[in-house]
Design a binder for this molecule. Structure first.
Ligand code: 5GP
Length: 253
């Protein structure tokens, strides 16, 4: 395989230079991490499943007019994406109390929220991705008020789409995280959904049993993570037929 230039390596993905300017190749690793990488493991097949699932959600969003970075899937583990300037925020949408919200407010996990709630964390592992109010985001210049209005509108459209798709296959969308990137067409800036959408970044519970089908299975030692992600892919009809593991990360120069 040809050597490719590494652009960025994160905990679960690697970005390589793409074939055209303004494109990148996004490689999905099998690595699972939690609690700011204090807990780590390699889950065979996770990268293959997340590549497929992210493709499924991003193409579905594009069909309803929500712009995303996704261009096409290249193979079992890689997809071609548009290069964006990532806004340093985790945009979290919650439909039911869980995780840090449940802890912070003393709510029982699974409590329905009066309406979807959008919140923001500042993306900085060394600080543990702290929750930040919009006031900080605008004051520190990470995004403008107009950007924030657009980001909230985008996040709620993603929520409507994802909650509907999941409901159709008997899964409750408890919450999820997305990242937003900027792209420029000449002087015109647009905000698009970037990074990935997969069970790594969502809480997905079976509607009947509340069985967890997301990364909490790994975070909380609830069983086999690959089984949970395979179940999500199976219900959505995106289970890869060929389960060979796909390419290894290429050498870096
Ligand atoms: P919480 O704030 O309750 O830990 O997370 C809320 C939602 O955002 C969950 O679906 C969780 O998976 C997702 N999330 C929050 N932080 C991260 C992160 O750093 N990485 C990923 N992949 N997902 C995150």
């Amino acid at each position: 395989m040809a050597r490719r230039k590494l652009v960025y390596e994160g905990k679960a993905k690697i970005l390589y230079e793409g074939p055209e300017p303004g494109t990148l190749v996004q490689y999905f690793k099998d690595d699972a991490t939690a609690f700011n990488a204090e807990k780590k493991d390699v889950i065979d097949g996770k990268g293959v499943l997340n590549n497929r699932l992210s493709e499924f959600f991003m193409t579905g969003l594009q069909r309803i007019g929500v712009p995303t970075h996704f261009i096409k899937r290249l193979n079992m583990r890689e997809q071609l994406i548009r290069q964006v300037e990532i806004i340093p925020l985790e945009v979290i949408v919650r439909n039911f109390a869980a995780g840090t919200m449940a802890k912070r407010l003393g709510l029982e996990e699974g409590t329905p929220l009066p309406r979807p709630i959008v919140e923001f964390s500042y993306k900085d592992d060394s600080l543990g991705d702290p929750l930040v109010p919009e006031e900080y985001i605008i004051a520190f210049g990470w995004a403008t008020q107009q950007d924030m209005d657009d980001i909230v509108a985008l996040a709620l459209r993603v929520n409507d789409f994802m909650a509907g798709v999941m409901h159709g296959v008997g899964i409750k969308l408890v919450d999820f995280k997305i990242e937003i990137g900027r792209i420029w067409d000449n002087d015109f800036m647009r905000l698009i959904v970037a990074d990935e959408i997969s069970p790594d970044s969502c809480r997905l519970w079976d509607i009947e049993t509340d069985r967890k089908l997301d990364k909490d299975v790994f975070r909380r030692d609830l069983g086999d993570l690959a089984d949970a992600y395979t179940e999500v892919a199976r219900r959505l009809g995106v289970l890869p037929k060929n389960t060979t593991p796909g390419p290894k990360p290429t050498l870096i120069n």
